[in-house]
Design a protein around this ligand. Structure first.
Ligand code: 13P
Length: 249
């Protein structure tokens, strides 16, 4: 039985003051979340402070990216070893904002993924189609290729050590959520594609949904057989909303 994971992607939001209030708020309600694991992914600079604020609360920490290299002349990048020092368990990789706004290619994302695994950090690998691609009926092809880039580099077994997040680009930050049926169909496609190569990996891997998931729509999405959690943007910035999503698991 796969555990449910609810991870907050704070993106480039927050301040020292606001993250203190947010973590305090989340901690007050964590004991009522019994069917889901919870994680937060702050901007890099806040990771040390969030680590302190979490203390020994059952809240995992993740980053929003990770360098594909171990160390050296890579200005602006953060290595897996550095993230390890601050107790990061997860690293979001291949978010659509990284792909579209910062030009990250499938090859670079596959390299970042490989380095995360090498440094003992669990990648949260994001995949998803744009509205144009959905309307052109190439969603499965696009998502399939995004997965293949990683599988070709790191092997099918590596998928058993990661978390996948299906995030349709048209649903991110738009308030336009994929319907539970739309999301389930893509999640089932992903699991089926993996199963064709490795049944155990397909059965084990957590596949999260992301894209305007909130306290109101989470329960229905999470009740789908192949949706194992959520990667939450906007709603993860409000403690009550984030906790409510955790409780609806
Ligand atoms: P929203 O929940 O704000 O739509 O963002 C989703 C997302 O991109 C999480 O990574």
């Amino acid at each position: 039985m796969r555990r449910t994971l609810i991870a907050g992607n704070w993106k480039m939001n927050g301040s020292l003051a606001s993250i203190e209030a947010l973590i305090a708020g989340i901690k007050t309600g964590l004991s009522e979340v019994d069917k889901a694991d919870m994680a937060v992914c702050p901007p890099f600079v806040y990771i040390p402070r969030v680590r302190e604020l979490i203390g020994d609360a059952p809240l995992a920490l993740g980053s929003q990216n990770i360098c594909d290299q171990a160390s050296g002349a890579y200005t602006g990048e953060i290595s897996g070893a550095m993230l390890q020092e601050f107790g990061c368990r997860y690293a979001i990789i291949g978010h659509s904002e990284r792909r579209s706004l910062y030009g990250e290619t499938d090859a670079l994302i596959a390299a970042r993924f490989a380095m995360a695994l090498e440094t003992g950090i669990t990648p949260i690998l994001c995949v998803g189609e744009t509205l144009e691609q959905r309307e052109a009926d190439v969603t499965e092809q696009v998502v399939g290729e995004q997965l293949d880039a990683v599988i070709e580099r790191s092997g099918i077994e590596s998928i058993g050590q990661c978390v996948i997040a299906y995030e349709p680009v048209w649903a991110i930050g738009t308030g336009k959520t994929a319907s539970p049926e739309q999301a389930q169909a893509v999640h089932a496609f992903i699991r089926g594609k993996l199963a064709a190569q490795h049944a155990e990996v397909a059965e084990k891997v957590q596949i999260l949904y992301g894209g305007s998931m909130n306290a109101g729509n989470a329960a229905e999405l999470l009740s789908q057989p192949d949706i194992d959690g959520g990667l939450i943007g906007g709603a993860s910035l409000k403690a009550d909303d984030f906790l409510a999503i955790g409780k609806s698991a």
